[in-house]
Design a protein around this ligand. Sequence first.
Ligand code: HEM
Ligand code: HEM
Length: 183
Amino acid sequence: MRNNYELWLAFIACSIIGGIYGAVVFLTRGIPPASDLFGHALGIFGFIMMIMTELLYSLRKRSRSARWGRMSAWLQFHIFTGLVGPFMVLLHTSWKFNGLAGVTTLFTVVIVLSGFIGRYIYTRIPRTADGLEVGAIVSPEMIARTRRLMALWHTIHIPIGMALFTAAFIHIGAALYYATLLR
Ligand code: HEM
Ligand code: HEM
């Protein structure tokens, strides 16, 4: 995590997706509705990326086996999907934020912003490529404070994720039932 590759890649991916979205708006002369093919696809693929964000890094973190790839690479992937997925979901909303779907979008924005704060704190702790902390001997005071801050951050970031996915699953169930099946 000593570089910003994941942020640049996410920026490029979002620019390409934004470009395609812009082309659709131009060609159809309107905002793609959330329930049409394009808007729906954005919602579904974006949401799949968000589920990957929620699950994969946590699973790798708990596996503790280097066989599954370096932790730093998984965190970079976490951040990439954690930015591109929400961006696609944002385009899916058709810029309407009523009711529970609007609340779900708000949670999504909050978790992404919280992610940036977490990334900032995380990168202040020197680590090996596998995420293990180093340097506790060199500057124990600084590391202890940053580690406490990181623990506090976890107690906020994780529940927001849970609230987000609970709201998202209710939205998806209701949207599919009312807007897709009953049409
Ligand atoms: C975290 C993920 C998601 C968020 C934040 C989200 C958010 C939204 C928002 C804000 C709207 C507009 C509501 C309005 O009209 O005011 C919407 C509509 C819709 N969403 Fe999602 N969505 C997500 C995922 C999905 C997924 C995965 C699906 C499909 C499987 C889906 C299906 C729909 C449908 C069908 C509508 C249109 C409802 C209608 O026309 O009344 N959404 N969504
Ligand atoms: C859909 C969006 C996101 C979701 C659902 C999500 C979810 C999570 C979860 C559940 C964890 C806890 C992992 C664990 O300790 O087991 C986590 C950690 C983390 N996330 Fe996210 N995240 C999202 C977006 C982001 C973004 C955009 C960033 C950075 C810009 C980010 C940075 C981090 C960092 C730095 C950690 C801490 C890593 C650690 O302590 O090992 N996240 N995230």
